[in-house]
Design a protein around this ligand. Structure first.
Ligand code: SAM
Ligand code: SF4
Length: 334
């Protein structure tokens, strides 16, 4: 049986689901987590792999085509490859992606690829240990780089994500692009959003995509706009004169300076089983209790359709009514 597409009241069709598998992480990025965490969700409060599979199976029948595993750090979830294997068996899913800090990738990367992970985005904000320590309050840039290198020989599509904070890693943007191009990768810069646990977000720390682009053009020459592969993709991608798309490029995700809510097709499921229709939403729809009590596929679909139906037109970061959501990025799933 198929279900109707997940369309909100503004006509946006939802085809992409981000599944957080844990709120735990092995580092403490200052734009995401607090330095000291009171405690992560206990194992028995996490949505089980069986339940995640069940929910995704229902949603694939209503047009969800892409699942992205995230967290916290998704590789902190035990046996993550087993979840990938379950998801890969679902008819209708075209992409199973993961966003990771990469540090735990090397021993698992081949199994993840073999079991059906198609895309891996590794977050890389700097190449220098000193600024890595300032950003993540931990050591380990070598581990991140080893994680990236480990994924390159697999058949998975590898991309890099970078976040720039004006006072910490602005000088890293050119070396980061050089690093990406040396490996024929795309690197996408995402603007700092008010989702940090410490609530230290301020507009002067945000380096906009336009500002980064101007800096990069001083080193690489004019960036060449690329056609949008997917109209709902949040990134605007660019190549470089004299280089083909296959040899890498750069993208900008500008939720603060150029909100892209109009084309948003994304839904989120938190690690403990709450559906959210927006990163900045303040309402959640619990699915865990329903799934664990053995409800029908119809009932699962209805909960998610209600969540989609209640979606606002826009996150409103720049409005005077904006309120930072009670959860930080690591508790939602980025
Ligand atoms: N731990 C994994 C990682 O870092 O890639 C996955 C989860 S993390 C929350 C997902 C993405 O969210 C990362 O690329 C990170 O840079 C981004 N992120 C975290 N906090 C953010 C914030 N306040 N504004 C914008 N992006 C943020
Ligand atoms: Fe961990 Fe990712 Fe948040 Fe950094 S951004 S603290 S790696 S969850």
């Amino acid at each position: 049986m198929m279900f109707p597409p997940l369309v909100d009241s503004f006509g946006r069709i939802h085809t992409s689901l981000r599944v957080s598998v844990t709120d735990a992480c092995n580092i403490r990025c200052r734009y995401c987590m607090p330095e000291f965490v009171k405690g992560f969700l206990p194992q028995d409060q996490l949505l089980s792999f069986e339940s995640i599979e069940r929910v995704v199976r229902v949603l694939a029948k209503s047009g969800i085509k892409k699942v992205r595993l995230t967290g916290g750090e998704p590789l902190m979830r035990q046996n993550l490859a087993q979840l990938v294997k379950r998801l890969a068996s679902i008819e209708g899913l075209e992409q199973i992606a993961m966003t990771t800090n990469g540090m735990l990738l090397p021993p698992m990367v081949h199994q993840l690829a073999e079991y059906g992970l198609t895309h891996v985005n590794v977050s890389l904000d700097t190449l220098r240990e000193e600024s890595f320590r300032k950003m993540s309050r931990r050591n380990g840039i070598e581990q991140v780089i080893a994680g990236i290198e480990s994924a390159l020989p697999t058949k998975m599509v590898v991309r890099l994500n970078a976040l720039v904070l004006r006072d910490i890693n602005l000088d890293d943007c050119i070396p980061l692009v050089e690093f990406a191009l040396e490996r024929c990768l795309f690197i996408r810069f995402i603007e700092f959003m008010p989702l940090d646990a410490d609530r230290q977000w301020s507009r002067d720390q945000v380096v906009t995509g336009d500002e980064l682009r101007a800096i990069l053009e001083t080193r690489f020459g004019p960036l060449v706009p690329l056609e949008r592969a997917d109209p709902a993709q949040p990134a605007t991608d660019f190549g470089f004169a004299g280089r083909t798309e296959r040899s890498g490029g750069v993208g900008f995700i500008d939720p603060v300076s150029k909100p892209f809510c109009e084309s948003c097709n994304r839904l989120r499921l938190t690690a403990e089983g709450k559906f959210r229709n927006c990163l900045f939403g303040r309402e959640e729809w619990d699915i865990r209790q329903a799934v664990e009590s053995g409800v029908s596929d119809d009932a699962i679909y209805t909960i998610v359709a209600n969540c989609v139906g209640a979606k606002y037109a826009s996150h409103g970061i720049s409005t005077s009514q904006f309120l930072q959501p009670p959860r930080a990025m690591y508790q939602i799933g980025g």
